[in-house]
Design a protein. Structure first.
Ligand code: ATP
Ligand code: MG
Length: 420
């Protein structure tokens, strides 16, 4: 161990477990790549004002959880706490909304930073795969995203997750509801922090998980009763499309998300094996965000899925991903001459597209065979002086235990044929 440790609330991904994370990222993004979403990558930090827009509602993410810094040049930056604002900023900056047909569909994968109280499933550095569909108001787009996330979780083998669905209304009906809710909440017996939230983001109070708060929320006005006709019709259409696709969801009129910009469709994927950090992903429509950051009106919808919590969900369900071994051939030289010859063969195999590795460090046969086993390689290639004198190597099938001499010149073709 060195004198240093990973910072509080963070952890490293190391082999062999890191392979699982890669596979989860791959599985979460695969349905997007297959559905017209293009890859986008943005910086890990942004102008702090992109997130703390200073207008409208405030959220915990912005007021408490953001890592901010002042650069030597005096710029105020924030490590990105989420992806949507950055992606929209980048899409506007690149004029993607003017280049082709709308919606602009984008996907991303990366690290996010929030100053949270660390606990299982809640970290200060975590990883998300996200999708944004920018510039179209179409219930089929909301449905598409929910269907694709459902597909992603299912291809991983997850079963014990649920989809919670709600509509938060739009700029017509939401404010009317907000007023009614604030009026109701002000009458309750709540702590200082929560009272502040009534002014800043009253809908978020509904999401308070504490029983003493929940108890008082019985009888609170519900948004559903305030939705305007346009929002109602839109939401009905999203629900119908999900049902037609065979995607099961639960209407959750209390569902609000931790970000301020959501309108209409909002949803969350929760996993029942994760305790209190149960959200594995979430998202929704954000029709006003583009204008909030100085862009044109671009109604949009998106989601972000948590990679860390998805891995925890797999563990909770006892799912072992079938990860193909990354090495097909492991070469074990016996002696100096063999070392040179086999190292060249490994290079040749790799250039031919065969995943190959080599017993480095000049340890004896026993240690080298241990490495070969640990690599998970299907074949080992062993050669000593006698073999080389005969112009052959010993090719061993680690599954069957069978071993045969193969002419040095024929090795690559022989291995390729056996792996095919
Ligand atoms: P929560 O209610 O659990 O705080 P959130 O509403 O803050 O979640 P989002 O901002 O919607 O979460 O982020 C999408 C997903 O990213 C979450 O569903 C979760 O899986 C993951 N996520 C969010 N914050 C963290 C964190 N601190 N550590 C690990 N994963 C996280
Ligand atoms: Mg949060």
């Amino acid at each position: 161990m060195s004198t240093f440790k990973a910072p509080k609330g963070t952890y490293d991904l190391t082999p062999p477990d890191s392979a699982k994370y890669l596979a989860v990222r791959e599985a979460l993004s695969a349905p997007l790549k297959n559905s017209g979403y293009g890859y986008i990558e943005t910086p890990g930090f942004e102008d702090v004002a992109l997130f703390s827009r200073g207008v409208g509602e405030s959220t915990d993410i912005v007021s408490k959880e953001m890592y901010t810094l002042t650069t030597k040049g005096g710029s105020e930056l924030a490590l990105r706490p989420e992806g949507t604002a950055s992606v929209l900023r980048a899409a506007l900056e690149a004029n993607l909304h003017k280049l082709g047909n709308l919606p602009v569909k984008l996907w991303y994968s990366g690290s996010y930073y929030r100053y949270e109280r660390p606990q299982k499933g809640r970290y200060r550095h975590f990883s998300q795969v996200g999708a944004e569909a920018i510039g179209a108001e179409d219930p089929a787009l909301d449905a598409e995203l929910i269907i694709l996330a459902d597909q992603a979780y299912r291809t991983l083998g997850l079963q014990n997750f649920r989809i919670l669905l709600n509509s938060l209304g739009d700029k017509e009906c939401r404010p009317v509801y907000r007023d009614a809710l604030q009026e109701f909440l002000r009458e309750l017996d709540l702590d200082e922090d929560t009272r502040r939230r009534i002014d800043l983001n009253p809908l978020r109070v509904l999401d308070d998980k504490r029983p003493e708060v929940q108890k008082q929320l019985v009888g609170a006005p519900v948004l559903r009763d305030y939705l305007c006709d346009a929002c109602k019709a839109y939401h009905e259409e999203v629900r119908d499309l999900l049902t037609a696709a065979g995607v099961v969801y639960e209407d959750d009129e209390k569902l609000v998300r931790g970000l301020d910009y959501y309108t209409r469709t909002t949803f969350e994927f929760v996993h029942d094996g994760l305790g209190s950090q149960s959200a594995v992903g979430g998202g929704g429509r954000y029709d006003g965000l583009s204008e909030m950051i100085g862009g044109p009106a671009l109604p949009s919808v998106g989601w972000a899925l948590g990679v860390d919590r998805t891995v925890l969900a797999l563990e909770a369900e006892g799912i072992e991903l079938e990860l193909p071994s990354s090495t097909s051939v492991f070469a074990v030289p016996l002696g100096e001459e063999a070392r040179r010859v086999l190292f060249a063969k490994v290079t040749e195999l790799r250039r031919a597209g065969v995943a190959a590795d080599f017993a480095f460090g000049g340890r004896g046969l026993k240690g080298a065979m241990k490495s070969a086993n640990r690599s998970g390689a299907r074949f080992t290639v062993v050669a000593g002086e006698r073999d080389l004198a005969d112009g052959v190597v010993q090719l061993k099938d680690m599954e069957s235990g069978e071993q045969q001499a193969v002419a040095l010149d024929a090795l690559v073709a022989e291995v390729q044929q056996k792996l095919a």
